[in-house]
Write a protein that binds this ligand. Structure first.
Ligand code: ADP
Length: 267
């Protein structure tokens, strides 16, 4: 799409000229549409738990007033909904903060190995609940970055592997328990985190859209697992902020691999 501006010039010598200005609007329109979609999606995501909360408040004020068992059950659902809204707002704020900081590259020394081991430790109980083992292979690697942002990256991709990377078939294959392999290594100028699951994998048509805000393969499953649909969008933005690389691939029936490369700290 082009914006067209036409100006007629009439000079004293009576020759006439026409100036035609073509201004490419495609990119501006695309950005505008993305922004509008984003606001619509975010509002919808916030509205859904809010509507459910209001419904429960009305039930508690009316029919369930004298029923302690129902009251306890409803309050616990309401707490879940409120937590979901809080998570969503936290993710939205993180995205906007990173966007504002995007021109300043973070450059603190961050011990990537310690950070990933820490995240794996805190997520081990969640993995155990799903019957998955986390296998860790971590070399000492120090990168240039922002520790809090890199924590979010490791949390998101390891948590996703646990939430979505559980095979629907048997969890033991050839005597070996299926699980999640997490590694940290230095490769040339990069510190690389790799998270490989042995789940059902992701069909290739979804891969190009996976880092879009609010894109989920199965929205019901994501919500049931407490997802906001913003995790991988956040990872993408944080990695770009670090001038790093975020790559992923998947084979249906075999599993998915997510890898993040962050510039090493040069002495
Ligand atoms: P969510 O909050 O829904 O987890 P994410 O942005 O982290 O949002 O992920 C987007 C979607 O990508 C998820 O809803 C899920 O469908 C899919 N996904 C992410 N990681 C994996 C994985 N390891 N295996 C299979 N699907 C995945």
């Amino acid at each position: 799409a082009f914006e067209v501006a036409v100006a007629r010039l009439e000079s004293p010598g009576r020759e006439r000229a026409v100036v035609l200005t073509l201004h490419d609007q495609t990119e501006a329109r695309r950005i505008e549409r993305m922004r509008a979609d984003f606001i619509a999606n975010a509002s919808h995501e916030l509205r859904t738990p809010l509507a459910s909360l209001l419904g429960f408040v009305e039930t508690l004020q009316g029919p369930a007033r004298e029923d302690p068992a129902a009251r306890a059950r409803f309050l616990s659902i309401m707490a879940d909904q409120a937590r979901r809204m809080a998570r969503l707002i936290d993710d939205l704020l993180s995205l906007s903060r990173i966007e504002q900081k995007r021109h300043i590259k973070p450059s603190n020394p961050v011990d990537l190995s310690g950070l990933v081991s820490h995240v794996a430790d805190t997520l081990t109980p969640l993995a155990k609940d799903s019957g998955l083992v986390l296998r860790l292979d971590v070399a000492p690697v120090v990168v240039q970055g922002d520790r809090d942002e890199l924590l979010r990256v490791a949390e998101n991709i390891i948590e996703n592997a646990i939430k979505y990377g559980k095979p629907s078939g048997p969890i033991i294959d050839g005597g070996r328990q299926l699980g999640i392999d997490i590694s940290v290594e230095a490769k040339r100028d990069w510190g690389v985190i790799t998270v490989r699951d042995q789940g059902d994998g992701i069909a290739s048509e979804h891969l190009p859209r996976l880092t879009e805000r609010f894109y989920r393969i199965d929205a019901g499953q994501s919500r049931a697992k407490g997802g906001t649909g913003l995790g991988l969008a956040l990872v993408k933005h944080i990695v770009a902020h670090h001038r790093g690389r975020f790559e992923f691939d998947s084979i249906v029936g075999k599993g998915s691999t997510f890898s993040v490369s962050i510039p090493l700290l040069h002495k």
